[in-house]
Each structure stands twice: as structure tokens, then as C-alpha cells.
Write a protein that binds this ligand. Structure first.
Ligand code: NDP
Length: 292
């Protein structure tokens, strides 16, 4: 058995995500103590073997590792306040969303009480917790991550980003626009095809292939961004710009919303005006770096 099999863990906060986290710990054999403001949300977990604590303090006192998953960082701060005398030597893993500044502030608060904080961002929905196909990224105390990495891997793939506690929050806001970019593009495509009575279900497999292609470009484009040179090895911005014009024209002809392709075309216009037309798409990074 691994060193950490069955090691005690505490989960504070049993919303949709907190219940999924505690459930994953229980399935991996951890002695799991839970607490939630609304105690009834613990019922299913208790039936699966979790121990329900009567207070935040009792819950945290039960384990060296305390995972917190509540609505936001302000609620986390309120919980930490109740843990003044039990945090010494403990590792707190905050998986609640918030800003990077708030994460750094929580870390300082925990440290004042002798605790070490790891701030994490869950790149998954509750149903996916417990699977190696999804990731939680962590930042903050390296020692805490090293000590509990095997336990954290019972929740999802675990990636350590660095000592700055704010990094995981920043990665969280960095990946969300990716999701919306893909979803908005899919909805726009489905609307265009829907205008000629093509079902979204017929479009989905083709859309998946297109998303897969774009995924394979990222590593090379990232190198271009990091090196600051944008040779048009595949498609130039000028050619993209012509394609955007087709999308705008077709959207208007079909009578569907053309706001999104117009916005994208306007960005490309600015890149062309700035002299980047002959370069590859990632040269547009300049437009994203400057305040809009
Ligand atoms: P829920 O709304 O389902 O749960 C919120 C939790 O916060 C509940 O346990 C709630 O307690 C608790 N809470 C809220 N206010 C207080 C308070 N004042 N004092 C004590 N407890 C409080 O949210 P989720 O579980 O879905 O999300 C939790 C965190 O996880 C969020 O930060 C979210 O961004 C993050 N997350 C969620 C994902 C998801 O897919 N759901 C994905 C990635 C991250 P009570 O039950 O008593 O109301």
C-alpha cells in the first residue's frame, strides 16, 4: 500500500464540488471528516463512511490535511478565522475560486497561524473528480505539495505551478476564455448551419475535429510567442482576414448574429494596420497584451 493510503483528510464545504471531492477521498479509502454550513448535505457522504463534524474547528482538528471548497475566498477567510488554534502544522488546500490577490492574502493568514496553504484550481466539473483525465493545478507551499501529492492525486491529476499562491487563480482565469472561445464558436457555427436546417448533432463531430487541429497548433504558436518572431509557416493573418470576411458575409446572408466574427475581423484589421498581415496568427498577441 502507498504511504498515504487511508490517511485522514478533512473537507470543509459540501456544495456540488465539495461533495465530489469528499466522495473521491472516501472511494480511495481515506478516513474523511466533513463539515458543511447546511449539515444535511453530508447525509449521502456519511452513509458512505464519512464522519460529520459538529463545527469547522472540530472538522479541521481531525486531519493534518484540510481541503476547503466553498463559494469564494471571502467565505474561506471566514472559515480560517474559526481555526485560529488548530491550524498550526496543518496543510490547508483551498479549492474555492477567487482572485490571485485573495489567494495570497489567505496564504498569509494561514501562515500567521502556523499553517501552510496550497491554493488550487479545479479544471473539471464535479462528475469528473476522481479521474486522471482531469487536472487540479496547485500553487503555494512546495513542501506542502510534496508532502501530500499522492493524496491530492486521488482527486485528479495534480500539477504544481510554483511558489506564488496567486498562480492557480491566474491559471483558472486563463483557461476560462478558452472554454468560452470554443463554446461561442460552436454556437455560432451551429446557428449558421441551423439556418439551412442542419442539426447541431451533425455539426458536432466536424467541430470536434476542428478543435483537435487547433489544439495541435498550440505548442508551436507558444514558441513563436515566447521568441517574439512570427514566421507565417502555415497561414498568414492576411489570409485569416479574408476568411473572416467570408464568415461575416455568410452570417449576414444567413440572417444570423454576425457580432462575433465582426469583432474577430476588427482585431485582425488592427493587426494588419500595425503591419502584421504577413505574419502568423500569434502575432496578434500584441493586441491582447495592451489594454483594450
Ligand atoms: P455550490 O454553490 O454547490 O456550493 C457552495 C458551498 O459554499 C456550499 O457548501 C455552501 O454551504 C458554502 N457556503 C457558501 N456561503 C457560505 C458561508 N457564508 N459560510 C459557510 N459556507 C458557505 O458551489 P460548488 O460546490 O459548485 O463550487 C464551490 C467552489 O468550487 C467555487 O469556488 C467554484 O468556483 C469552484 N469550482 C466549481 C466547479 C463546478 O463545476 N461546480 C468547477 C471548478 C471550480 P451551504 O451548503 O450551507 O449553502
Amino acid at each position: 500500500a502507498r504511504k498515504h493510503d487511508g490517511s485522514p483528510v478533512t473537507v470543509l464545504g459540501l456544495g456540488l464540488m465539495g461533495q465530489a471531492l469528499a466522495g473521491a477521498f472516501l472511494r480511495k479509502g481515506h478516513a474523511t471528516t466533513v463539515w458543511n454550513r447546511t449539515a444535511s448535505k453530508a447525509e449521502r457522504l456519511v452513509a458512505q463512511g464519512a464522519k460529520l463534524a459538529g463545527s469547522v474547528r472540530d472538522a479541521a482538528a481531525a486531519s493534518p490535511l484540510v481541503v476547503i471548497c466553498v463559494s469564494d475566498h471571502e467565505v474561506v477567510g471566514g472559515l480560517l478565522e474559526q481555526l485560529d488554534d488548530v491550524l498550526d502544522g496543518k496543510v490547508v488546500v483551498n479549492l474555492s475560486s477567487g482572485t490571485s490577490a485573495q489567494a495570497r492574502d489567505l496564504a498569509a493568514r494561514a501562515a500567521r497561524r502556523g499553517g501552510a496553504l496550497l491554493d488550487g484550481a479545479i479544471m473539471a466539473v464535479p462528475d469528473e473528480v476522481g479521474s486522471k483525465d482531469v487536472a487540479v493545478v496547485y500553487s503555494g507551499s512546495r513542501a506542502a505539495f510534496d508532502a501530500y501529492e499522492p493524496v491530492l492525486r486521488d482527486l485528479a491529476e495534480a500539477t504544481y505551478l510554483g511558489e506564488d499562491h496567486g498562480l492557480s487563480s491566474l491559471y483558472e482565469v486563463a483557461v476560462m476564455p478558452l472554454m468560452w472561445g470554443i463554446l461561442n464558436g460552436f454556437l455560432h457555427g451551429a446557428a449558421m448551419l441551423g439556418a439551412v436546417n442542419v442539426n447541431a448533432s451533425a455539426f458536432a463531430p466536424i467541430a470536434e475535429q476542428a478543435i483537435g487541429s487547433a489544439t495541435r497548433w498550440l505548442a508551436g504558436y507558444a514558441r513563436q510567442i515566447d521568441e517574439g518572431v512570427f514566421p507565417p509557416v502555415d497561414v498568414s493573418i492576411d489570409l485569416h482576414r479574408a476568411e473572416m470576411q467570408h464568415v461575416v458575409a455568410e452570417s449576414e446572408a444567413l440572417g444570423v448574429n454576425a457580432e462575433l466574427p465582426k469583432f474577430i475581423r476588427a482585431m485582425a484589421d488592427r493587426a494588419v494596420a500595425a503591419g502584421h498581415g504577413g505574419e502568423s496568427y500569434p502575432a496578434m498577441i500584441e493586441l491582447f497584451r495592451a489594454p483594450g
